[in-house]
Design a protein around this ligand. Sequence first.
Ligand code: BJ8
Length: 419
Amino acid sequence: MADYREMWKSLNVDLEKHDQLCEILPELYSATYMEQENRPEGMNYFNFVVSEVHGLRIQELEDAKKEGKKVVGTFCVFVPDEIILATNSIGVGLCAGSQFWVPGGEKVLPKNLCPLIKAFTGALVDRTCPYFLACDMVVGETTCDGKKKAWEIIGERKPIHVMDLPQMKREKDFKMWANEIKLFIEKMEEFTGNKVTVENLKKSIDICNRKRQALKRLYDLRKHRPAPISGLDSLLISQIAFYDEPERFIAKVNELCDELEERIKTLKDTGKKRILITGTPMALPNWKLHYIIENLNAEVVAEESCTGTRYFENLVSDKGETLDDLVTNLANRYLNINCACFTPNEGRVEDVLRYVKEYDVDGVIDFGLSFCHTYSIESNKLQEELKKENVPVIRIETDYGNEDSGQIKTRIEAFLEIM
Ligand code: BJ8
């Protein structure tokens, strides 16, 4: 990686702490990713992206800011990227997936809180994430209680706009969400000085839809037995989707899919068990569960999560001649995401049962980050429904530490044996 210290310094990064992170990440990446056998050539681009994760992409963001663009950080797949793009701004996902950031978060948050929230807060408090520091504004949302209250702490350090997400899916909630999207448009217009028009919104809907289609194409290829790409590699692509330049990302995912289509023609079944993971998101660089599973006789073939199908399922319709029409289309697509923050949330169980069939799954792992109450409460119902259909299922609740890795491995080994 080139020398980016001057850039990090200008962003007010704590260079000493950040150096520690720069030592951990390459080691972790090489141990997790580079030892996989027979990876597709197309993964070279994504290796490069990771090697430059705090370098080149940050440089691109800084260059764009010099040209007058704004950088906007988000934490949830309910925040419509289309609006950010339509105001000539750049969106970056800020969810954080490493234990490295957790102690920083615990300086201002209780210990018994979801590690994802502690990690993204810690990344800002300790000034070790150049993405967070490069953002001109961040957008929070009223999903779980932990995030809702964390915005108050984040807001002391960064300009923030919070979107009020309904927690039910009645007709009035769709209207409310459309209204909330309009408020977000107003906020972005005021912040950037750029108007959202039917024309630029249709363009950004098109970009986001093509990104969704590229990811869907990748996931469809994983339906093949055996999958032509590891779950680890697919997860990495889903994670990179949150911050890479969209057009380049779409092109690279499609190139990779061309290669995978060829690969499928010669692949022979190796007898590996096919696992669907459902649950809370796995933010970069949280590769723990996939790594454990894929070092056993199993492959992860899909993730029903926000770093998976919830990110790309369903397109936004571009039909309509007015902004109101397009906002309604956005509200309809986004409010149909099935997050456990909603009550009831039957759609998620339906999705999981459908994916079990579509991806030819042998067993489901219900993954929950520690202290995530909404997903944890939903687990019993989900497991019951899967058992009714004779689908083996196991619940794994964990955080970003490695202390329980051995125990998780033993449980998954036993789980694979009963399939
Ligand atoms: S749409 S899953 S990205 S809210 S894991 S912080 S819910 S305590 S990340 Fe999420 Fe949006 Fe839902 Fe997806 Fe809270 Fe649970 Fe932590 Fe979570």
